[in-house]
Design a protein around this ligand. Structure first.
Ligand SMILES: Nc1ncnc2c1ncn2[C@@H]1O[C@H](COP(=O)(O)OP(=O)(O)OP(=O)(O)O)[C@@H](O)[C@H]1O
Length: 691
């Protein structure tokens, strides 16, 4: 293409962008006008509210961000394509149509857009030319053509892709719609019915894939998923705020985001377990323990029920009562539903007697009265007493006999002791029955100070009593850190839906971290989900990957190593005398470059580093404040999972490793946060695999 042709083409594309922006503005104005008149046209208050909500969402969905391109690619179909012969389509973040309804921009999720991501010289899918656009601050600056019909294909050598990957990062995570890679696209466009597990090394785009899959599924199954909901589960608040802007930028404003702790928050968490106790409470055997504990409450009828009803007296004998309990038990319903089923069956038996005697059907009020009659509730309280989730756990933790019965053959005596706050004998002075850490048991569940692991158990108990409402699709990020009991909490919320599980076994830092995805998937209730690897790294430069990979053999996990797309970037590992002073100097030097700076240190040194930077006149932000004006963030090592910074300064790796049992895994996470430059400052010797 000659320079003038290029220029003409660029001008035409800019004109198309202007026309598309103007059309989007008109679409939004129409939606706003409808929103304003919605309550006048709607027949009743309910319809008005529904319509209002729909329109408000539509207006939000049509928002135009002038700094992000409305389209990023174009597909020119060849003359022989049966469906799109000779047509060209611009591919962008959402559909934009002109006043006649003709498409100006196609949503990236539309079926034809798929070829933008998947067509290749070998399989052009009818596409003659694929064009990618380069943008700078919302202005279209360049384009790049691949004549697939002539066998031309750039793949990862694309200049525009490289620029996008190497772009300095600032603020929250951005979408990757313009540059989704074929192996990622396959996962993004997987069917709603398919649960998948993605194992990928740091920076291979797992989070990006999960979020784009959510957006894709919402596009394809809008009504269904709007009713059931889509949930994103992430490891902590800092992570959730980091990813929070991605889906709204793709026009999806109604996706719930939560940590697992949020999901199971039925009781306030006000105490901390000893790691050994927490590990036991997260063990899958606790599910069976709780199931048995619930079942132990089901009793046998011991006497007939006699109910006085005006001049009548009804009697239900022991035999039918036994049958009622046995039948209900056999149905395997959640416990609370079972209790109501028993009540309904008993009332049914009373009703039959009443009908036989009076030759007419009793009223609903009569049925309700019988359901609440004292002899009926007393019977229920004997054979199927009402339970609360926290009450159930409280009893197990306060009553050694109840625990021993439920734990028979399941937990050892030492383990039962641990749950009661007694360390095993061999542990010396702590084994005197005193409880220095852990659940602070009060006389009642309300007066008890529960731990995070207790909250998971209480949620499990709640799930035995009543089924929670589930989501249509759940995306779980950093899933390697989920305990079996946490997996079950998610399983209860996705029983009738599908899941996307994202993680990296090498980054597992929790004591119960997964070692095999099959096990996690079984706990999640999706044992047959495919485990798919992602292997191309988009974040971490090759030199940094090579350094971090030295840790892999020591991490005892079987994962495919990543191959970095990034040949740029630097690694600087230095012994320093004064860690804090060296950190300040390093941060100052980093600020000479574009992009974000992340200082990562063992949790207990973070305050000191923040203070030193403040004294040196360098303002810093905290990890959960992604919109902060400060370019420097000081992050405790335990909070940095899933985040990334252009320039990362890692302070004293040995201290990060020493801080926790899976410290080497933590260090692997820490070393893989850098987008462009990694500086490792150490005073103590580097941990063995790195030294
Ligand atoms: N196809 C792509 N095009 C451009 N950038 C991409 C692409 N895929 C991923 N990235 C970028 O690479 C970085 C890493 O992606 P992401 O955070 O999703 O990786 P991850 O596998 O979840 O990493 P971690 O295991 O460290 O959490 C992000 O900045 C993301 O935007």
């Amino acid at each position: 293409m000659s320079l003038t042709e290029l220029d003409t083409d660029l001008r035409a594309e800019r004109a198309h962008l202007d026309a598309s922006r103007a059309a989007l503005r008109r679409m939004r104005e129409r939606a706003e006008a409808l929103f304003a008149t919605g309550d006048k046209v709607a027949g009743d208050a309910y319809t008005a509210e529904q319509l209002g909500r729909h329109m408000a969402r539509r207006v939000k969905e049509l928002a135009d961000d002038p700094t992000t391109p409305l389209f990023f690619g174009r597909l020119d179909f060849g003359d022989l394509d049966p469906d799109h012969a000779g047509r060209e389509y611009h591919v962008g973040r959402r559909h934009v149509t002109d006043d006649l309804g003709e498409p100006l921009v196609l949503d990236w999720r539309a079926p034809v857009s798929r070829s933008f991501y998947r067509a290749s010289a070998r399989d052009p899918q009818g596409v003659a030319v694929r064009r990618r656009f380069g943008f700078n601050a919302g202005v279209l600056t360049s384009f790049e053509d691949e004549h697939l019909d002539r066998g031309e294909e750039l793949g990862t050598a694309s200049r525009i892709l490289t620029a996008e990957i190497e772009r300095p990062r600032v603020g929250p995570m951005r979408d990757i719609v313009a540059t989704i890679q074929p192996e990622q696209d396959e996962l993004v466009r997987a069917d709603l019915a398919d649960s998948i597990c993605v194992q990928g090394a740091p920076g291979t785009g797992k989070t990006a894939v999960g979020l784009h899959r959510a957006a894709y599924l919402l596009y394809l199954h809008r009504e269904r998923l709007r009713r059931s909901g889509v949930l994103i589960v992430g490891p902590n608040r800092a992570f959730l705020s980091y990813i929070a802007a991605v889906l709204p930028a793709l026009g999806e404003v109604e996706v719930a985001q939560a940590t697992v702790e949020d999901l199971v928050e039925r009781v306030p968490v006000r105490a901390v377990d000893d790691p050994a106790v927490a590990t036991l409470k997260h063990d899958v055997r606790m599910a069976e323990l709780l199931r048995r504990a619930v079942e132990a409450h089901i009793g046998s009828p011991t006497e007939p029920i006699m109910v006085s009803d005006g001049s009548f007296r009804w009697r239900i004998g022991l035999d039918p009562l036994h049958r009622v309990v046995a039948e209900t038990r056999a149905e395997g319903l959640p416990y609370a539903t079972g209790r109501e089923r028993i009540r309904a069956r008993v009332v049914g038996l009373l009703q039959r007697q009443a009908e036989a005697r009076r030759a007419e059907s009793p009223s609903d009020a009569w049925l309700r009265r019988m359901g609440k009659a004292k002899p009926v509730t007393e019977f229920l309280d004997t054979v199927w007493p009402a339970l609360t989730p926290d009450g159930l756990l409280h009893r197990l933790l306060t009553d050694p006999d109840a625990l021993a019965t439920a734990a028979d053959g399941l937990l050892t005596a030492d383990e039962q002791g641990l749950l009661h706050g007694r360390a095993p004998e061999a542990d010396g002075p702590a084994g005197n029955g005193s409880r220095s850490v852990g659940t602070k048991l009060g006389r009642t569940p309300k007066a008890t100070r529960w731990t995070a692991a207790d909250a998971v158990l209480i949620d499990e108990a709640a799930g035995l009593l009543e089924r929670p409402a589930g989501f249509g699709h759940v995306v779980v990020d950093e899933a390697q850190d989920l305990s079996p009991m946490q997996c079950r909490a998610i399983a209860r919320r996705s029983e009738h839906g599908s899941i996307t599980l994202l993680g990296d076994l090498a980054q597992g830092t929790a004591p119960w971290a997964a070692r095999d995805w099959r096990e996690s998937l079984a706990h999640l209730g999706k044992p047959d989900a495919a485990v798919v690897p992602l292997s191309i790294g988009f974040r971490v430069p090759a030199a940094v990957v090579a350094f971090a990979n030295r840790l892999l053999p020591a991490l005892a996990v079987d994962v495919p190593p990543a191959e970095s797309l990034r040949r740029d970037g630097t690694l600087d590992v230095r012994t320093v005398e004064d860690l804090v002073a060296a950190t300040v100097t390093e941060v100052r030097a980093a600020l000479a470059h574009d992009g974000s700076v992340g200082v990562i240190a063992a949790d207990d040194t973070v305050d000191r580093i923040r203070g030193a930077l403040a004294d040196a006149g360098v303002p810093t932000a905290t990890a959960d404040d992604v919109e902060a004006a400060e370019r420097v963030t000081v992050v405790p090592a335990t909070l940095v999972k899933g985040l990334e910074y252009d320039h990362v300064v890692v302070v004293e790796p040995a201290a990060i490793v020493a801080a926790e049992p899976r410290g080497l895994h933590r260090l692997y996470v820490v070393l893989t946060r850098a987008v462009s430059r990694l500086a490792v400052l150490h005073h103590a010797p580097l941990p063995t695999p790195l030294g």
